[in-house]
Write a protein that binds this ligand. Structure first.
Ligand SMILES: *Cc1c(COP(=O)(O)O)cnc(C)c1O
Length: 451
């Protein structure tokens, strides 16, 4: 077209005119008028820019514009979540959604979601029930708490507890526990958001009971303990034991709140859990309220748990913020099922780190037969989600010779496989892959092998 840019600009069709073209009108039926209008506007804007840059051969014909609009609509609506095979050995991989659900629980999601679900309905009485009633029956059996409620995550649990029990007042915390977890969870900022004033006591490596006692005054609402989870102070360190802190609180009528974080409901004696005080231990040591994540060691859906004295849990449940933080029915259903399985002694998701030796070796051998280039090497697995980042659990895994672009190609496979490069090799940790996916994994390795 041999006109000047400005006259061409004037010839560009208007959005409504394009919407009337039959090539575009067909898309309205598929995607809805609003979606199509948004993309038509975008396509016309890029054409306008091209003309303004003085580009030649800019095509604003019906077929060309229609094709561009359709491509944009497909891109905008096509992205889907997909199953990713996690061969990293990090069980609670935050970028992959933390705890995978047990197959038996995941299968019931259909039942809980496609029709109604009695999340808040008492079927026996035929009247409105309480969302947390089943948790309040199960969690006492596991932790010894009097009552419990669930919210959307641990951060929400802590904010709710602080806002309910300490808004406008002071909260005392050791400087050794002023942590940042997962990038945006920073204890001082959480306190501020909940409307509390932070009173720091002690030092980074040592805090004594007297430090807490000296800081208590009329403004103090509670004592806080936070599990440092993702870091450790070594050397000369000292922290006040929970029973001592709880007793101090009792003397002054102040509750002790513990942010346990990991969701380790009952104590375990093996590393990396051996030195982690469980919810049950914290409560029996005198904590009035404990908050935990449901999707870490517990292996449930994303959620936060508040467990402890009935009067405090009830106060949190009545706070207006609870309504903003409460989870939906799928979370409650999955959470309840997870707790029932835990109570029945079923293995937790983190037990994947210690597979049955014989079955694990058989698995590796089967894969070696399919993957002639692979060999068996020791790999390091981790709990993940910030819990015990320095405690590796070693097991046999698979190593592939390093080839440029292989790790990236595996990530682009269908389904994507997340492997990692270590010491000049590509490592695959099978502990975090469901055994049923072994063949798919092997096929992906073979299909993506760079020549
Ligand atoms: C993980 C963790 C949190 C944050 O939990 P979310 O469920 O991600 O909100 C808070 N405190 C501690 C001690 C943690 O370990």
């Amino acid at each position: 077209m041999n006109c000047s840019p400005s006259s061409e600009l004037r010839q560009l069709p208007a959005v409504d005119k394009v919407l009337g073209w039959s090539r575009v009108g067909r898309l309205v039926g598929l995607y809805g008028r609003t979606a199509v209008r948004v993309q038509v506007r975008e396509v016309l804007a890029t054409l306008r820019e091209a003309l303004q840059r003085g580009e030649r051969d800019v095509d604003w014909g019906e077929e060309s514009v229609g094709r561009a609009v359709e491509a944009r609509l497909e891109m905008a609506t096509g992205g889907q979540y997909e199953r990713v095979l996690n061969a990293t050995g990090i069980v609670l991989h935050t970028n992959l959604g933390r705890a995978p659900l047990p197959r038996a629980v995941a299968e019931r999601l259909v039942e809980w979601s496609e029709a109604g679900c009695n999340v808040e309905f008492d079927l026996a009485a035929g009247e409105r029930g309480e969302r947390n009633r089943r948790l309040s029956r199960l969690l006492p059996l596991l932790t010894g708490c009097e009552a419990a409620i669930a919210v959307n995550n641990n951060a929400a649990a802590l904010v709710l507890a602080l806002a309910t029990l300490a808004a406008g007042r002071a909260v005392i915390l050791s400087r050794g526990e002023m942590v940042e977890i997962g990038g945006s969870f920073r204890i001082p900022e959480i306190l501020e958001a909940a409307g509390c004033r932070l009173v720091e006591v002690g030092t980074t490596n040592k805090t004594h009971l007297e430090d807490f006692e000296r800081a208590i005054d009329d403004e103090t609402a509670l004592l806080l303990r936070v599990h440092p989870s993702n870091y450790r102070v070594r050397g000369f360190t000292e922290r006040v034991a929970t029973p001592d802190l709880a007793r101090l609180g009792e003397r002054f009528g102040l509750p002790l709140i513990v942010d346990e974080g990991a969701g380790l409901l009952r104590g375990r004696s093996e590393p990396p859990f051996a030195d982690h005080d469980s919810v049950e231990e914290e409560l029996s040591a005198g904590a009035a309220l404990v908050c935990s994540s449901a999707d870490k060691v517990l292996g449930g859906p994303q959620g936060g748990l508040l467990m402890g004295q009935r009067s405090l849990v009830e106060a949190c449940r009545r706070h207006p913020l609870y309504r903003a933080f409460r989870p939906g029915r799928l979370v409650y259903a999955v959470l309840e099922e997870t707790l029932r399985r835990t109570l029945a002694g079923e293995a937790s998701v983190v037990d994947q780190l210690w597979p049955d030796a014989e079955a694990h070796q058989a698995r590796l051998q089967r894969l070696l037969q399919r993957l002639p280039e692979a060999e068996i090497v020791e790999v390091e697995g981790y709990v993940g989600a910030g819990a015990a980042p320095d405690v590796a659990v070693v097991a046999d895994g698979l190593a592939l010779p390093f080839r440029e672009g292989w790790v990236e190609a595996l990530r682009q496979a269908r389904p994507p496989v997340i492997a990692y490069r270590r010491q000049g090799r590509i490592l695959l940790d099978l502990r975090t892959v469901h055994p049923e996916h072994d063949i798919v994994l092997a096929d992906a390795v073979l299909a993506t092998r760079p020549r």
